[in-house]
Structure formats: C-alpha cells, structure tokens
Design a protein around this ligand. Sequence first.
Ligand SMILES: [Zn+2]
Ligand SMILES: [Zn+2]
Length: 153
Amino acid sequence: MGNITLSFTVQGDSEGYVTFECPYCGSEFKLQAGEVQSDEEPVLELFCPYCGLAKEKSAFWSKDVRDKARALAENYMIEELNKAFGKMARSINRQKSIIKMTYKPLKKVYVKELKNADTAETEFQCTCCNRRVKALYCAGASKIFCPYCGVDL
Ligand SMILES: [Zn+2]
Ligand SMILES: [Zn+2]
C-alpha cells in the first residue's frame, strides 16, 4: 500500500468563506476558498489575523476539517480491512477443511458534511496582496493581520 491521498471539499458560507483556526490562540477566522486553495499562487503558510504568528497552512484547518479528514481515513482503513478479511474468509471456506471462518464487516464511521454558516465577522481586504479575510473585529483588538502576507490591515 503506497501513499493514499484522500481529498474532500469544504463548502464555504454564502460568500465562499471557509473557517480556519489559529493553532496558537485558537481564534477562528475565515478565508476565501478560492484564494487559499489557488493553484496559481499556492499558499503554504498562513498568518493568524489576530496574533500575527505564522505556520504551515495545514496547521490552520479547523477542528471540523481535521475531524472529517480523520473520519475519511478511518473509513478507508475499514474498507481495506473488510476487503482483506472477506477475501480470506472466502479462500478458507473454499478449502474443504473443518475450519470455517465468518466475519462481520466493520461499520463505517459517520462523515458529516462541512458547511460554514454565515457569521458576524467583518471582511477585510489586504492592500498589499488584495486577498480577503473575515475576522471578528472587537473593540479590544487593535490590529488585524493579513493571513497571507502578515501585514497590518
Ligand atoms: Zn492566533
Ligand atoms: Zn496580504
């Protein structure tokens, strides 16, 4: 078994925004699905709009997305196991021996659809790269950083 790539899509809110979560401060923000997954300008690192710290993009996937990826990986394993055991049971039962093998296929785990609800964040556009971010701008936060280039907005 080589490397398996499991891909899935995350549905954005009504404006195409997808939720991300900062691995440092746990705050949520939203980015345009098309901008963050752009093939022409691949985004490898993101900056947290609140604390300004950077890390590889995958570290910012929200808990929902990570849970979904885990569920998909689990189901893949279950499918492979069921296939392998089914085959084994068939070949054992074909031989006219006294051993009979029965197996109950494992049940797959539930994979939920990811849909981002519209929330009360404010939309910001970076003057440097023109890409957009939706962040919660409360009175206490004086600065919002661009998730792509890290400058103040
Ligand atoms: Zn942060
Ligand atoms: Zn920018």
